[in-house]
Design a protein around this ligand. Structure first.
Ligand code: GRF
Length: 202
């Protein structure tokens, strides 16, 4: 049984999609914990309801990024994770933290990377005039939103879209994409070769 630790900062709808898929598909993995950097993250209630251990490591309680990351790492490692899943975790992580979880930490980003790293991705997509937008699951590396890509989903950008309508369309795909990508990791089907992800399709 592999242990997955999920980090959230807010709503937690991607975390919820992962928890539901793990249950429905009876993954050979358990969601060992959901950890948030904010005590008011809505997703914590869903996790607790499902009987999943929850913890809060509040970044505002720490004087520096390094101290926060050290405390977060201690909390995560208490659950012996095989995989750490960032699901709307809104903190920039230090290089030593990222290095500690190299090859075993995934993130979902609401754009077709390498387009639009950072924030306000839907606004950026609309402003760019791109006809397609989407979401990316990638391994986390020290450079924000730049790690090796595991999987992507695309959606059309429609003429009357606002950031809200576009983000809702992307979110539907995120909820399908992230569980699928995590399942590949759990099943041992992902490897990183020369900075790109190889998916074993056998
Ligand atoms: C998602 O759009 C995710 O791609 C991004 O932050 C948002 C989090 O939403 N990283 P939720 O908390 O999973 O509902």
């Amino acid at each position: 049984m592999k242990n997955i630790v999920i980090l959230i900062s807010g709503r937690g709808s991607n975390m919820e999609a992962v928890v539901r898929a793990a249950q429905a598909e009876q993954w050979p993995a358990r969601i060992a914990a959901v950890i948030s950097n904010r005590a008011d993250a809505k997703g914590l209630a869903f996790a607790a309801d499902k009987g999943i251990a929850t913890a809060v490591v509040a970044n505002k309680d720490y004087a520096s990024r390094a101290e926060f990351d050290a405390a977060l790492r201690t909390a995560i490692d208490g659950f012996a994770p095989d995989l750490v899943v960032l699901a709307g975790f809104m903190r920039i992580l230090t290089a030593p933290f990222v290095e500690h979880y190299a090859g075993r930490m995934l993130n979902i980003h609401p754009s077709l990377l390498p387009h639009f790293p950072g924030l306000a991705t839907h606004e950026q997509a609309l402003a760019s005039g791109m006809r397609e937008h989407g979401a990316t699951v990638h391994f986390v590396t020290a450079e924000l939103d730049h790690g090796p890509v595991v999987a992507q989903a695309t959606v059309p950008v429609l003429p009357d879209d606002t950031a809200d309508t576009l983000s809702a369309r992307v979110l539907v795909q995120e909820h399908l994409l992230y569980p699928r990508a995590i399942r590949l990791f759990i099943d041992g089907k992902l490897s990183i070769e020369q900075g790109t992800v190889r998916v074993d399709t056998q």
